[in-house]
Design a protein around this ligand. Structure first.
Ligand code: GDP
Length: 305
């Protein structure tokens, strides 16, 4: 098996490189980052596939960010993700023997969907407003993939992980997802001896988190398992409120002030717990609990700032 990872410099891509490099069934592992091939450019994307001719393509390339970035850079989130996905999928058309693992996100599911969210509820309702541009780009990729699969015969597996976190994430005040965002801001609050710390929104939304190494492990498992499912949820099965998550991060970081709420910031969807029973029944389960994952992530942050 010759595997090509695009988006190899990101949170998922970096972790995938580490995990897949230990898989003996993979004869060649090729990683491509933005400086190797610009996926916004169709010719560069086409040339990348022509040059590498992988038997498996893993699309981990995306413009990603947390609730604030998704909601304020709406144009960039839809256009950039559409470009990456349309270029990659169109460039893949001549290679019908190639298997494509296309990474999406749990935000593709409708805002009022029943929890735990099953794969079959895709496209059954309206999207949640704060990240609908990103979700729409990811849904479009699923639709294009389905068309290509039907017309040209490619095997395309769309993987929908829940909220991811871990080493190599984007740690910043405004652009991050909640875990790296809280780690970054609480660490600074500790250093500045701030007496209180504002978490965004009400703290009531529930989220499910998956350590990125577990996602990489799941993809490694799927590469070896010859799955037939076209859409697969990947979650940890455990959910926590944002307030309780903030308390855990407070402890990991060692911040001693009070946690208060910033009602000017959005909550986003109330709950998004994935039903990962299809994947679990295939024989895969995550192995990193939230406490261990948070401790590892904070250590990585400290070592890399
Ligand atoms: P979402 O899962 O797509 O909504 O994305 P996020 O990971 O960005 O946010 C999850 C939840 O955490 C939302 O309800 C946010 O309002 C809340 N939250 C609280 N504090 C923060 C923070 O410092 N950064 C981010 N990104 N979210 C925060």
């Amino acid at each position: 098996m010759k595997v090509l990872i695009v988006g190899s410099n990101g949170l998922v891509g970096k972790s995938l490189q580490g995990v897949l490099s230990k898989n003996n069934n993979i004869s060649e592992l090729i990683s491509s980052k933005r400086t190797d091939a610009d996926l916004f450019n169709f010719d560069e994307t086409r040339q990348l596939l022509e040059r590498t001719k992988p038997s498996i393509l893993i699309n981990a390339a995306a413009r990603v960010g947390g609730i604030y970035a998704n909601n304020t850079k709406r144009t960039e989130f839809i256009l950039e993700n559409l470009k990456i996905n349309t270029n990659l999928l169109e460039a893949s058309i001549p290679y019908s023997n190639m298997t494509i693992f296309n990474l999406g996100s749990s935000c593709i599911y409708p805002v009022d969907v029943e929890n735990p969210i099953k794969e079959s509820s895709v496209m059954t309702g309206k999207l949640e407003r704060t990240n609908s541009p990103y979700a729409m780009a990811k849904l479009t990729a699923i639709e294009i993939g389905e068309a290509i699969s039907k017309e040209y015969g490619h095997k395309i597996i769309n993987l929908m992980p829940t909220n991811l976190y871990g080493p190599n994430d984007k740690f910043s005040e405004h652009d991050s997802h909640v875990i790296p965002g809280l780690i970054y801001r609480m660490h600074n609050a500790k250093i500045n001896n701030d007496s209180s710390f504002k978490i965004w929104g009400t703290g009531k939304p529930l989220r499910e988190f998956l350590y990125v190494e577990d996602l990489a492990d799941a993809i490694n498992f799927l590469i070896d398992s010859n799955v037939e499912d076209k859409l697969l949820n990947i979650g940890s099965g455990e959910e926590i409120s944002i307030f309780n998550l903030a308390l855990k991060i407070k402890e990991v970081v060692g911040y001693e002030g009070e946690v208060v709420f910033d009602s000017n910031m959005p909550d986003g969807i109330k709950r998004k717990l994935l039903d990962s029973s299809i994947l679990n029944n295939l024989g895969w389960k995550p192995s990193t609990d939230l406490d261990t994952g948070l401790a590892n992530t904070y250590k990585w942050f400290i070592d890399n700032i």
